[in-house]
Design a protein around this ligand. Sequence first.
Ligand code: MG
Length: 336
Amino acid sequence: MKGNIILAHGSGGRLTRELVEGIFVARFGGSELPRLSDAATFRTLAGRLAFTTDSFVIKPLFFPGGDIGKLAVCGTVNDLAVSGARPEHLSCGMVIEEGFPLADLDRIACSMAMAAKQAGARIVAGDTKVVENGAADGIFINTAGVGRVSPKARLGPEFARPGDAVIITGTVGDHGMAITALRKGLKFDTDIESDCAPLNGMLAPLVEKLGGEVRFMRDATRGGLAAVLNELADGRPWGISLEEADIPVAEQVRAICELLGFDPLYVANEGKAVAVVSARCADKAVGILRRSPLGRKAAVIGEIIKGGKGMVRLRTAIGGERIIDMPVGDQLPRIC
Ligand code: MG
């Protein structure tokens, strides 16, 4: 590959995909990495395990609804959860810039401990590096996590088929717009809060109760709902049809999206997952999700369809249709 890294290589969209496939998959290969799923799963004598890692570079470090520490734990917990695993052990690698306030570091560590506790996971390994003033921006955190995969889980894009329902576990765009409002100093009657949360408590019952009827799950982080659904449909013999009117968007998030020209479908979430579930179990799945406080707004938003292979279409609220493409550039850099 020629050229240099640009911010959009970190967007989670098309350029990230090209970079990962062009360099990392090409060099590291194997049978598991090319799946590009949220976590790698592998068999051990102790059963099937899931393993994942994620780095966090969000700016600003503290925001309504969370901070970089909570985000770092929830991000890794959620990648395990959508892989059908129970998050158990986490590691935490810190890159800290000289001059960073110890009080802020302690506050971040407290949020990490609290989020881990909420997820039922433990932080059991770590590493600390300090770089000179100016060589990093405050603090960067990497977390890795291991968890046991439920024997009932049978998840992967290859299990989805026409007729299956596409479900979102709640409103989209909250995290990205909370960060954007903060960066731009926009004030509202009530702050938009990030949805940053550990999702394993909500998602585990889905897999336990419905087993293989749940075909696929992924947390809709960078690139939002649009990126997840495009990755899901990519190279498949079927397409995805969405109903715009059924996609939950909080009123304030919609307002700020309109104000600044964002499409909520492309905005990052940190506490929402997409699930593809068999048509016959769709209502049951929504019922299970809604039992969790994090899933109150869960809804069926579309289905896998026979036509339009590899494509994601949206039926708009006024009856038109448009294609939801893979995001190319980075709408919002350093969102997670
Ligand atoms: Mg993920």
